[in-house]
Ligand binder design. Structure first.
Ligand code: ADP
Ligand code: TRP
Length: 327
């Protein structure tokens, strides 16, 4: 039986890249037999957040986002990372068997430093805490976006170092990434990867005038509609493919390729994306509004999730502590 686990950082409003690259997969997987643990990585967020009230609000917003999009707490556990403090103990046990070199090779750390972030120790040891998150529940399958693959591979290495030293304590997790190429790297408004750090995102629950305004910012060029174009060069179609079926997307692509009088302008294509997205998330938006008005319900889900998760993590912590010589 599989044990699925994944986490997401509460670093702001979640965007459609987060949805198609990660959240959607998490929600679909809960239909599979097995155990399911999903958490909101608030310890990890501390490496960059300095505003306590905002952090609390983002955690709440992230929980609401999952629940609105179809997360079923009866089938799967949703909890706050910090409600299971045992993971920080496991992180210490892993830190003690892990070489600096492994962490120094982490792409995401190197990228942040290259972007000019002055790293704290927490950011450097981020992959150790992430490994503890995964190993604490005897997880066998970790569904993540492409950019997290290296972190899960490091987890496999750390489990190996520990087991080599102390015997078979930790279960080696496998990685699962979204199958469809179009979901692995959702483009942002400017055509590069959609990301909070690039300010090019579309919020999952955006609607009406605000949505129209955002979609209008999708970067295009000044060629007129009549001019035949290669649709494969237009990332507009990558966004459209997320919300419209293949036949419809191909139909619009044919029209753009042919050019001439009946060809749609960029504005028209943006309208198609907007309508597609509004419809795609319509019921989730309604559910979100209900949940925002019922904080108690969201807190109850998180508390029940934490109770179950903590029981498992405590067992694993005890097993690891004992193996390593702690009493
Ligand atoms: P951001 O880049 O906006 O800060 P995160 O790094 O917090 O997003 O990513 C959270 C999850 O969403 C990760 O699993 C990541 O792989 C996925 N993800 C983020 N942006 C995209 C994107 N543009 N396309 C596909 N998946 C994405
Ligand atoms: N690092 C992940 C991200 O930024 C979040 C995360 C923390 C995570 N711990 C995890 C993901 C454990 C999967 C498993 O998206």
């Amino acid at each position: 039986m599989e044990t699925y686990l994944s986490g997401i950082q509460p670093s702001g409003l979640l965007h459609i890249g987060n949805y198609f690259g990660a959240i959607r997969q998490h929600i679909q997987l809960q239909q599979e037999d097995g155990e399911h643990f999903y958490f909101i990585a608030d310890y990890h967020a501390l490496t960059s957040n300095r505003e306590p009230e905002k952090l609390r609000e983002f955690v709440f917003e992230t929980a609401v986002t999952y629940l609105a999009l179809g997360f079923e707490p009866e089938k799967a556990c949703l909890f706050r990372q910090s409600d299971v403090p045992e993971v920080t103990e496991i992180a210490w046990l892993l830190a003690s068997v892990t070489g600096m070199g492994l962490l120094e090779r982490a792409h995401s750390f190197k990228d942040k430093v290259a972007q000019g972030v002055k790293p704290n120790v927490g950011l450097f040891t981020y992959p150790i805490l992430m490994a503890a998150d995964i190993l604490a529940y005897d997880s066998t399958c970790v569904p993540v976006g492409k950019d997290q693959i290296q972190h899960v591979e490091m987890t496999q290495d750390m489990a190996g170092y520990f087991n080599q030293a102390y015997g078979e304590v930790f279960v080696r997790p496998e990685i699962r990434t979204p199958k469809a190429e179009k979901m692995q790297k959702v483009p942002g408004l400017d055509g590069q990867k959609m990301s909070k750090s690039y300010g090019n995102t579309i919020w999952i629950f955006e609607e009406g005038k605000a949505l129209k305004k955002v979609i209008n910012r999708v970067v295009t060029d000044s060629r007129p509609p009549e001019e035949p174009k290669d649709p494969e060069e237009l990332f507009l179609f990558d966004l459209m493919a997320l919300f419209c079926d293949e036949a419809e997307v191909n139909d619009w692509k044919d029209k753009v390729r042919a050019g001439g009088e009946g060809a749609p302008g960029y504005g028209h294509l943006k309208g198609v994306i907007r309508h597609g997205m509004e419809e795609y998330f319509a019921s989730a938006r309604e559910r979100r509004k209900e949940l925002m008005a019922d904080r108690g319900e969201v807190e109850r889900v998180l508390a029940a999730g934490a109770e179950k998760a903590r029981a498992r993590a405590t067992e694993v912590r005890d097993r690891a502590a004992k193996a390593s010589g702690l009493s």
